[in-house]
Design a binder for this molecule. Structure first.
Ligand code: 5GP
Ligand code: ZN
Length: 114
């Protein structure tokens, strides 16, 4: 755990968050500043800075994140669709440097994103 990392602290339970799912690899919480009626963050338990830091050894984790997103979209009944976002790096709009996926749903999404 990176002691100064806010998502490591949430994973450890040192900062409260509304958990909607957890398993050995990841947790899913509600975003504190939701941008859609449903806005979850899927966060690997292990500290990885961003998608740019993922390696071939993380193949199972990558699959676990995608499958958890798909299962949560199903459980939360996002039947009209949803969006999965991984902001990566400063130009990607990443503000918390611990890999996470945004799962957004419950309203129409526009393209291209801002
Ligand atoms: P990023 O901009 O890095 O892609 O996304 C970071 C997200 O984390 C933002 O949507 C922000 O609202 C969310 N966030 C930041 N701090 C906290 C927190 O303490 N708790 C929760 N639940 N979400 C947070
Ligand atoms: Zn971290």
């Amino acid at each position: 755990m990176a002691a100064e990392c806010i998502f490591c602290r949430i994973v450890a339970g040192a900062i409260p968050a509304e958990r909607v799912y957890e398993d050995d690899a990841l947790i899913a919480i509600r975003d504190i500043n939701p941008q859609a009626p449903t806005h979850l963050l899927l966060i690997p338990r292990r500290h990885i800075g961003s998608l740019a830091d993922l390696t071939p050894a993380d193949r199972d984790l990558g699959g676990a994140l995608l499958l958890a997103a798909r299962a949560l979209a199903d459980r939360l009944e996002l039947v009209r669709g949803f969006r999965l976002v991984a902001n990566s790096g400063s130009e990607g709009g990443q503000t918390v440097p611990h890999l996470h996926l945004h799962l957004l749903g419950g309203r129409p999404m526009r393209w291209p994103p801002g």
